[in-house]
Design a binder for this molecule. Structure first.
Ligand code: R5P
Length: 307
């Protein structure tokens, strides 16, 4: 097996290769003055299983084009199979038509990937569990929830005698399924969810109702979500918890997109810690003291070994 990496998340690709006991195979990625890219596979891949690692977060379009070109280079160079590992799948929030006239951007991307003859697709904590149904190739939808569960478990002194003092919280109704699964992993600890509204034109978030919060009993809340972009969803949920008397709050999110001022908003918020994964590469300037990064490399390697 040969592992290749686009530019978006080289540290994760290196971790994956290390776990597999190999090195990331070289690719020439030349950026022209006008920012167009030329990709060249440098090693022989004839009749070999190849894996390309590329998250398609910001700049999503550039990262997608790189992914497409690497896949094309591998196919033209005779690779036996191509497995695309896209830990963060860009455009996943545009997976259906919300308002008349909108494009289904995610479907456009998926159709293209399929047309390139990709054999397997690996991704992480998708926004909606229906997204794999849009593919016509095998999709392995992995999750960081087992990693989160291990960390939360250590913070709950005795799961069996837990008396509603710790709770999982979904910051919107779309995440209820996610916290139900996590609750099961944690011996069915209670969970609550926030009724969030987002203005589709301005992106502003409002949240003034939380369902399932045992009154006056909760000491600690774990907010769990798939991604943080602007940070507004998490901040709204944390502020609502504070209003309801819960001040010890930690956040567990798979994809740290961290747009605009999100790192500063989170650092300045009531939230005590923000756990994210390395599914999206976080540059130094976006790191902040409350941030903890957990690696998904081993989960990806376990899946690659099964394919
Ligand atoms: C949306 O439903 C997702 O699950 C996230 O809650 C959302 O995308 C986070 O975005 P932001 O950080 O901009 O509020």
């Amino acid at each position: 097996m040969k592992v290749f990496s686009g530019s978006s998340n080289k540290p994760l690709a290196e971790e994956i290769a290390k776990e597999l006991g190999i090195k990331v195979s070289p690719i020439e990625i030349h950026v022209f003055p006008d920012k167009e890219r030329r990709i060249r596979i440098e090693n022989n891949v004839v009749d070999q299983d190849s894996v390309v690692i590329q998250s398609t977060n910001t700049p999503a379009d550039t990262n997608y084009m790189e992914l497409f070109f690497i896949i094309d280079g591998l196919k033209r160079s005779g690779a036996k199979t191509v497995t695309a590992v896209v830990p963060y799948l860009g455009y996943q929030r545009q997976d259906h038509v919300f308002r008349d006239g909108e494009a289904v951007s995610l479907e456009v991307v998926i159709r293209h990937i399929e047309s390139q003859g990709v054999n397997n697709f690996i991704t992480f904590d998708l926004h909606s569990i229906k997204i794999p149904e849009l593919f016509h190739i095998p999709v392995f939808h992995l999750s960081a929830l087992p990693l989160f569960s291990e960390i939360i478990k250590k913070q709950i002194p005795s799961l069996s005698s837990q008396k509603d003092s710790e709770i999982l919280v979904s910051p919107d109704m779309g995440g209820i399924r996610r916290i139900k699964i996590l609750s099961e992993m944690l011996g069915n600890i209670p969970y609550a969810y926030v009724c969030k509204e987002r203005n589709l034109e301005t992106g502003e978030v409002s949240a003034d109702q939380i369902t399932g919060l045992p009154e006056g009993k909760v000491k600690k809340a774990f907010i769990v979500d798939d991604m943080i972009s602007s940070g507004k969803t998490i901040i709204a949920a944390a502020n609502l918890l504070k209003k309801n008397g819960v001040e010890d709050i930690e956040v567990f999110v798979t994809h740290a997109i961290f747009s605009n001022q999100a790192p500063r908003l989170l650092e300045d918020s009531i939230v005590k810690k923000v756990y994210v994964t390395d599914a999206v590469y976080i540059p130094e300037e976006k790191k902040f003291p409350k941030l903890k990064i957990i690696s998904v490399a081993k989960i990806i390697v376990d899946q690659l070994k099964k394919i």
